[in-house]
Design a protein around this ligand. Structure first.
Ligand SMILES: Nc1ncnc2c1ncn2[C@@H]1O[C@H](COP(=O)(O)OP(=O)(O)OP(=O)(O)O)[C@@H](O)[C@H]1O
Ligand SMILES: [Mg+2]
Length: 348
């Protein structure tokens, strides 16, 4: 039987692929370049905080800006994803490894950072800290505090929630003084443009049309990752159905698995406490659960499995993270808004 091929260039649909342009993010790129500009004049770059929902292009824009900086100037930089390096020790380790100024060994974080500081001297240096809202607050405060202290370092911190800074230790905040750049969800038109660009580069012509793109964009709810993943899944499903064109049903099921993947990816990047809280809320089904009941349930869960619960302030921050990344939704359940009703966010 003849094989049906729709995907010509699979790499173009992967998460790592850097598109030739990031449409709809011109303003954010401009702002970021503006803040990094002092580095070109050998001054300390301004600390920046990029925030927005999943799939709004924060990582792509930051990587884009670093690439440009590396190409056009001698300024050094590192990109650190907090998910992989979730303690001060691991971050320090990654920095010295990247700069090749020290072997990765058991030396403590403070020593590594000292070496780093000495090695860069007064030359500007940019550190991108991606997904900084994911690890435990204590480690996060330690790393922000210790890196912002270094004279010539400019930080680009990336997170989901605009309220994230409220959970950062005020002493750290006074030192870090971050400027903010917001990433709003993409409009349906922007998403259409984006998936069209990918479809042109990755798929066989004639296998998709404007209607397919429009459907993907409207399902994806402002999330570029979901949109691109949906296109990829739909094309794969069409291939396995031996269809030469992507049909509505391929888009539908492609979208469902893209969203499931995004949820799994998000949960994986969070702590076990986030996952436990999410599971408790999920267990309450469509009725949802009141925030005070959730706290009691969480304490019981921790005592059942013999884990120490996080403090109530941290617990609230974790719930806020689950809301901001779109895993759960909340509504007011009393007059003052102290108690909230929480439930798993519905599809689409
Ligand atoms: N303007 C754009 N043009 C083309 N592709 C884009 C654009 N914005 C995002 N993408 C693509 O969408 C995917 C998700 O984007 P990105 O990883 O930057 O999202 P994010 O805001 O960092 O999300 P998260 O908060 O989940 O980390 C990536 O594959 C990226 O290349
Ligand atoms: Mg990201």
């Amino acid at each position: 039987m003849e094989e049906i091929r729709i995907i010509r260039e699979p790499a173009v649909l992967s998460e790592e692929y850097m598109p030739a342009s990031l449409s709809g993010r011109e303003e954010q790129i401009h702002q970021l370049n503006l803040r990094l500009a002092p580095a070109l004049k050998h001054r300390k770059p301004v600390n920046i905080w990029l925030y927005g929902n999943p799939g709004t292009g924060k990582t792509a824009v930051a990587r884009w800006a670093l690439q440009r900086l590396r190409r056009e100037s001698p300024i050094q930089s590192v990109y650190i994803n907090w998910w992989k390096h979730n303690s001060l020790y691991l971050v320090a380790d990654e920095i010295v490894k990247e700069l090749r100024i020290m072997f990765a060994d058991k030396t403590e974080a403070a020593l590594k950072l000292e070496r780093f500081e000495r090695s860069i001297g007064n030359k500007p240096f940019v550190i991108v800290l991606d997904e900084i809202d994911k690890p435990a607050p204590k480690e996060r405060n330690a790393i922000l505090y210790n890196l912002a202290r270094i004279g010539s370092v400019g930080l680009v911190a990336i997170c989901n929630s605009r309220y994230f800074l409220m959970n950062v230790d005020p002493r750290v905040l006074s030192r870090v003084a971050l400027r903010q750049i917001a990433f709003e969800p993409y409009s349906a038109e922007e998403l259409v443009g984006m998936v069209e660009q990918r479809a042109r580069e990755a798929l066989v012509s004639g296998s998709w049309d404007q209607e397919t793109l429009g459907r993907i964009a409207s399902l994806s709810d402002g999330d570029a990752r979901v949109a691109i993943q949906t296109l990829n899944n739909a094309a794969e499903l069409a291939e396995s159905d031996r269809s030469r064109v992507i049909l509505a049903q391929h888009v539908e099921s492609g979208f469902t698995s893209a969203r499931e993947l995004e949820q799994r990816y998000l949960l994986q990047s969070l702590t076990e406490h986030h996952r436990a809280i999410f599971e408790l809320i999920k267990g309450s089904g469509s009725e949802g659960m009141l925030s005070n009941t959730l706290w009691q349930g969480y304490l019981r869960h921790c005592s059942d499995i013999g884990k120490r619960p996080v403090a109530s302030r941290t617990f609230s921050a974790y719930v806020a993270t689950l809301i901001s990344v779109g895993l759960i939704e909340s509504e007011r359940a009393d007059m003052r808004g102290n108690i909230r009703l929480l439930r798993v966010k519905k599809e689409g």
